[in-house]
Design a protein around this ligand. Structure first.
Ligand code: CBF
Length: 805
């Protein structure tokens, strides 16, 4: 399609939809017109892809995830269809602007953070690698809450992302399935003497799928993301006569739980987990039957991947359907299930590991409960002779009245992977060591990755143009080609152009900050960025302590020549996470104090953006100079903002944690600022029990001064929270060892200050980061999942080479 054809089709579409002149359309109407037009364009390929998979009986993977955080889809669809420039030029000729039209799209916040965003990157990479793979999740009516700051406090507002409809989705009523809850089950013998379950008094919910196309990059592949919505079954409305009864159904897919690192044993959450697991498995089984193959081929044609333990009920559900509905024996069903399912662990935080009270599962899912009990019984019976009682019972699924979902996920699958090398090592050697002894071959690492399409091509067009010009366009399909950029590490012209690209991105962000927040920031300052969920282990507080230290230094040395810094935060706290919300308030008050202090000559500014999400990340990441990855070593499973920031030329200032360890290994020690304890040192400190934070407070004058600022009235409006935070660090012995890492953190920042003053030196470091970012492309990660776990082959022309460390 050329520009003229596009213009013609656009104008026609607009008039068909609205029956007036497109020039009078609102931004939303312009966006919807474009959205429907694009959808019409890929619809034939969407259908064709699915027909081809069925005809070829291709192996397909189904990625079960409670969260998908895709970001807006207009530009990514245009990019992947190869239409970005055509549409941008065409709109311009029509007097419209693509960037403005794109603001008409709501950003679907159907995830909390890293896990959901990873799932979205994977969807893009699966399609772009030419793999037959689809997502399976929940169509939440309300996404993650909208964050507002009122007097510096986080307030949560509902995020009604579907308010104006969703142009990308297709409701597929004819593909709905029924999910049963509650009631009780009897096992009655059929005419052949086989025990069959009979369900009594169940609550039946209709699961209606909404499908969204996942358009592959320049390869004609269009996969599917299927999100399920809960409804009252047709003809059963009379069973729900009251508002309360109807609400019970609606509630199942109404809200996303707004916590990504804490397990909450709520009935509604359990309902959600079973709802989308069961609906997904049922629809896959129905599909498999269309292939008309024997059940023994099931694992050769279908892979089901569970993203963390939230969809673990896929395992007993698949068992249930294979046995109860398809008549397979336990042994046959168990072999198929294990070979089909694989599981990714995303956290070692104890408080995030899911376990459900036995009573709850028994009451809500009686047949599933029977199956879990039997899986557990057989596991114990089989393993005791091999591993003894102690070890075997430590791996039991049912323990102290709780169902351990990670144990069920490991026992019922053929693969468990961590999301970065260090994380996988910790799983094998500590957290899941008993399982590792039992099933060493199930364990493997799959370091996370990010899609360079969204995180470089779409969000950073300036850098994309520079790369295309300097190293050619191969990197777009083979991100490892970015390494060619290293040849230009000392090329003054390229470094200068890189500097200009960054400056323009910083200006763009500065404009946003000025317009939305009324804060003036200098684009030539260092933009120091920490964007992630607010959690104590991620140590945003350490960042604040550094800011306070720097502030008091500047107050005492007003003529210092340190470069200007803008500290940028983006973070949501779980609504019930009191401590995290106190840190938010602290950051906002520190920002207020510093931003309004004329005596420091703008040497520091603090910007805490409200409602951080994918769209804001697209604005902030290209503008970043420093990427703060400062979690306590051993706590962050992987991190993915570290990869996005690196690919955009930010220098990482970090502990050796998660995938940052691998970033360090690729980029080299001269191009990254590492500080703080290693995981081994943290472990030793934990074991020795020799840490006394109060001692550090009393003996380290710098720490003493900064901590006193929290309680001596230096920071307005923080009396109560200042004391609580102070106590967490001094009285309660600083659980995440901030004070232990404080000095080396400050030193790392000093090194960055010095380097930033030498522009060419800094730009060379930025360039080296971009050049080494290729291995962190999700395309490679997905290639490894496909090859080693799902046993699937990518489409011919998209075979990607494994990056070498
Ligand atoms: O693996 C993706 C991300 O998942 C988390 O966000 C999670 O929800 N458990 C982890 O905290 C991240 O480290 C990880 O990158």
């Amino acid at each position: 399609m050329d520009v003229n054809q596009f213009k013609e089709r656009y104008v026609k579409k607009f008039e068909e939809m609205y029956a007036f002149d497109y020039k009078e359309g609102s931004i939303r109407e312009q966006f919807l017109t474009l959205g429907y037009l694009i959808k019409n364009m890929y619809a034939p390929e969407w259908r064709q892809t699915s027909d081809t998979y069925l005809e070829n009986k291709s192996k397909q993977v189904f990625y079960f995830s409670m969260e998908f955080l895709p970001g807006t889809m207009l530009k990514s669809n245009l990019l992947n269809l190869g239409l970005l420039d055509t549409v941008s030029d065409g709109l311009k000729e029509l007097g419209l602007n693509l960037d403005e039209v794109a603001t008409g799209e709501m950003d679907p916040a159907l995830g909390n953070g890293g896990l959901g965003r990873l799932a979205a990157c994977f969807m893009d990479s699966i399609a772009s690698n030419g793999l037959a793979g689809h997502g399976n999740g929940i169509r939440y009516q309300y996404g993650l809450f909208k964050q507002k700051f009122i007097d510096g406090n986080q307030i949560e507002l509902p995020e009604n992302w579907l308010r104006n409809g969703n142009v990308w989705e297709v409701r597929r009523e004819n593909k709905a399935v029924t999910v049963r809850f509650g009631g009780h089950v009897t096992l009655d013998e059929d005419e052949n003497g086989v025990k069959r379950p009979e369900y009594h008094n169940t609550m039946n919910i209709l699961a209606v799928p909404y499908d969204t196309a996942q358009v592959g990059y320049d390869n004609g592949v269009v996969n599917n993301l299927r999100l399920w919505s809960a409804e009252i079954p047709y003809g059963e409305e009379y069973l729900y006569p009251t508002d309360e009864a109807r609400d019970q159904v609606k509630q199942i897919t109404e809200y996303l739980y707004p916590d990504d690192s804490n397990y909450e044993g709520r009935m509604l959450r359990l309902k959600q987990e079973y709802f989308f697991s069961s609906a997904g498995v049922q629809s896959i089984i129905r599909y498999y039957k269309k292939m008309d193959l024997d059940w023994s081929f099931f694992p050769d044609k279908i892979a089901m991947h569970i993203n963390d333990t939230h969809p673990t009920l896929v395992i007993p559900e698949l068992m249930r359907i294979l046995m109860d509905e398809e008549g397979l024996s336990w042994e046959q069903a168990w072999e198929i299930t294990k070979k089909t399912v694989s599981y990714t662990n995303h956290t070692i935080l104890q408080e995030a590991l899911e376990r459900w009270p036995v009573d709850m599962i028994a009451q809500l899912l009686p047949r599933i409960y029977q199956i879990i009990v039997e899986i557990n019984r057989r596991h114990i019976e089989k393993k005791i002779p091999l591993y003894g009682e102690d070890l075997t019972y430590r791996t039991a699924i049912i323990d102290h009245g709780q169902i351990q979902m990670a144990n069920l996920a490991i026992i019922g699958s053929h693969s468990i992977n961590g999301v970065a090398k260090l994380h996988t090592d910790i799983l094998m050697n500590q957290t899941l060591h008993d399982f590792y002894l039992m099933y060493p071959n199930k364990f493997n690492n799959k370091t996370n990755g990010v899609t360079m399409r969204r995180w470089v091509q779409i969000s950073n067009p300036g850098l994309t143009a520079l790369l295309d010009d300097v190293i050619g366009t191969k990197w777009k399909k083979a991100p490892n080609e970015l390494v060619v950029l290293k040849a230009f590490a000392n090329d003054k012209d390229v470094l200068k152009r890189l500097d200009e690209v960054k400056l323009n991105n910083k200006k763009k962000f500065a404009k946003y900050v000025q317009e939305e927040m009324g804060i003036t920031i200098d684009p030539t300052a260092i933009f120091d960025v920490q964007i992630k969920r607010l959690h104590a282990y991620k140590r945003q507080l350490l960042n604040v302590l550094h800011i306070l230290d720097r502030y008091s230094f500047i107050k005492e040395n007003p003529n210092t020549d340190i470069p200007k810094r803008v500290f940028i935060f983006g973070a949501k706290a779980a609504p019930s996470y009191h401590y995290a919300k106190q840190i938010i308030k602290l950051i906002n008050e520190v920002a207020n104090m510093i931003n309004n202090d004329d005596s420091i000559n703008d040497l520091i500014k603090v910007v805490f953006v409200e409602n951080y999400g994918v769209s804001l990340a697209e604005l902030i990441i290209p503008a970043a100079d420093i990427s703060e990855q400062i979690s306590l070593a051993g706590k962050e499973a992987s991190g993915t903002s570290n990869m996005k920031l690196m690919a955009n030329g930010a220098l990482t200032l970090a502990t050796m944690d998660g995938a940052t360890v691998e970033i360090h290994d690729y980029v080299g020690k001269d191009y990254i600022y590492i500080f703080g304890m290693t995981n081994d040192e943290v472990q030793t400190l934990n074991e020795n029990r020799t840490y006394h934070s109060r001692h550090l407070y009393e003996t380290n004058p710098r720490i003493n001064k900064v901590l006193n600022m929290l309680v001596d009235g230096s920071i307005p409006n923080t009396e109560e929270i200042g004391q609580d935070i102070f106590d967490s660090l001094v009285k309660y012995n600083d659980e995440y060892y901030l004070l232990q890492d404080f000095d080396s953190y400050i030193e790392a920042h000093k090194r960055a200050d010095t380097d930033f003053k030498d522009r060419m030196k800094w730009n060379k470091k930025a360039l080296m980061n971009i050049a080494n970012a290729g291995p962190f492309s999700a395309d490679y990660t997905i290639h490894r999942y496909a090859d080693e776990i799902w046993k699937m082959k990518p489409g011919e022309e998209n075979i990607l080479l494994q990056p070498e460390a």
